[in-house]
Design a protein around this ligand. Structure first.
Ligand code: DSN
Length: 432
């Protein structure tokens, strides 16, 4: 049997192995990113060891003198970056944010309109996720598969028919802005609360490179803070209504609703991330979208079925490729992983079997943080095509992936620009 020391050393080696593998890999998962050096510095602090239930100035614990200042600063930065009157930065993830909003705006048996999972909706919007757990009944918007977006007339019809308590928008596969301007006239007609899950596009909204839902008839925006917004794994809720009753319900939804302590080290890292978004967010968001478009174009030129060619492939960080011709999403994702290209299989709206997705989802945001531009997107498309289209053994492609990636391991669009993305502090010595 292995000793405790040996087991701890194994965990250490596995973690180091992971770090080294990602240093040598092309990260294309659309929901991930790398934090900045300064965000990491504050994340890896004593804040991690502390408790602070409640709000600044109204805590249930002593020891929060600095915590209160950090949290207030974080809220103010969120309000500035997202141009709004209210921000709560205590939810510990995107799904926890969504649970908190559900507690605030919907009761069991209420009706909610949402984007279906197969059309890119998030699991927490579904009957099998947080929404179902709250006992809320869901109705899916008709979806325009050709344009990979909600069908405007269908959505208006659905909202008029269902008269939902809440109309929820937002996706995990998000190629184009939701047509809120075209739909919003029905919100007042049925008097619903409007909610937008911006998890995937938070960093693009901050950079002014996507839609601005709070200016398009949306009451509440929720989201995680670690996708296009390159912050800690955490959550956030914002609103611009200035409606005290809603703000109080949202606050209570977060605490005591669905969180106790709210991960104070993450709040500090989020504050730094928002300060960096204020300084560098526009340039980063712009390059992220440019890179996604360039990757879409380059894959399309290499005989891959990238969705929505007629619309320029995307207006976000994400592109979707139909890989049915190349043995489906699971096989393609596994083969690419063997070549150190990391992405995920994804359902397409027309997939009939949920366990056999025919798509893969690709995000450009993390590569953008590492300083890659359009030229590298063409190189990456070629590496992907060598595995998927030309069916070269992944082991043959891997050395070229590693060689490309080793030129791009430093962080950009942040303070301390140029610091290594994959270096973490370690202690000397071997335990076993
Ligand atoms: N489902 C995750 C994703 O989009 O990858 C987000 O929670």
């Amino acid at each position: 049997m292995q000793s405790a020391k040996e087991l701890a050393q194994i965990v250490r080696e596995l973690t180091r192995g992971h770090n080294a593998w990602f240093r040598d890999s092309i990260p294309l998962i659309a929901s991930e990113n790398v934090m900045s050096p300064l965000a990491r510095e504050v994340m890896n602090s004593d804040l991690h060891n502390r408790y602070a239930e409640g709000l600044p100035g109204k805590r249930y614990y002593q020891g929060n003198i600095f915590v209160d200042q950090i949290e207030t600063l974080c809220e103010n930065l969120a309000k500035e970056v997202f141009r709004c009157k209210f921000a709560d930065v205590r939810s510990t993830s995107g799904t926890v944010s969504n649970l908190a909003v559900l507690m605030a705006v919907a009761k069991p048996r209420d009706k909610m309109t949402t984007v279906a999972l197969s059309d890119g909706g998030h699991i927490s919007h579904a009957k099998i996720g947080a929404t179902g757990l709250r006992g809320v009944r869901t109705y899916s918007y008709p979806f325009d598969e050709k344009n990979m977006n909600i069908d405007v007339q269908g959505a208006k019809r659905l909202i008029r028919e269902v008269k939902p308590k809440v109309a929820l928008f937002g996706q995990s596969v998000y190629l184009f802005p939701t047509p809120l301007d075209e739909i919003k006239e029905v919100f007042a007609e049925v008097n619903c609360t409007t909610w937008y899950d911006a998890a995937h596009v938070m960093g693009l909204i901050a950079g002014g490179r996507f839609q601005d839902p709070l200016r398009q008839g949306i009451d509440v925006v929720s989201g995680s803070t670690h996708k296009t917004l390159p912050g800690p794994q955490h959550g956030m809720i914002i609103s611009d209504l200035g409606k005290e009753s809603l703000e109080t319900s949202l606050r209570r939804g977060v605490f005591p609703g669905v969180t106790s302590n709210h991960h104070l080290h993450s709040v500090a890292a989020l504050a730094v991330t928002l300060a960096e978004a204020k300084e560098f967010g526009e340039a980063y968001a712009d390059q992220t979208v440019r890179n996604a478009k360039a990757l879409g174009e380059a894959l399309h030129e290499r005989d891959m079925d990238v969705l929505c060619e007629h619309l320029g492939f995307t207006e976000s960080h994400t592109i979707v490729v139909d890989v049915e011709r190349y043995h489906g999403g699971a096989k393609v994702a596994r083969a690419l992983e063997e070549a150190n290209i990391i992405l995920n299989k994804n359902l397409l709206p027309w997939d009939s079997d949920p366990v056999k997705p025919h798509g893969v989802r690709i995000g450009s945001q993390e590569l953008t943080r590492l300083g890659m531009k359009e030229a590298q997107m063409v190189e990456i498309a070629e590496l992907i095509a060598r595995v998927v289209v030309k069916e070269e053994p992944p082991a043959n492609v891997k050395p070229d992936v590693v060689a490309l990636k080793r030129q791009f391991t430093k962080l950009h669009y942040c303070f301390f620009e140029g610091e290594e993305a994959y270096d973490y502090p370690t202690y000397d010595g071997n335990l076993s």
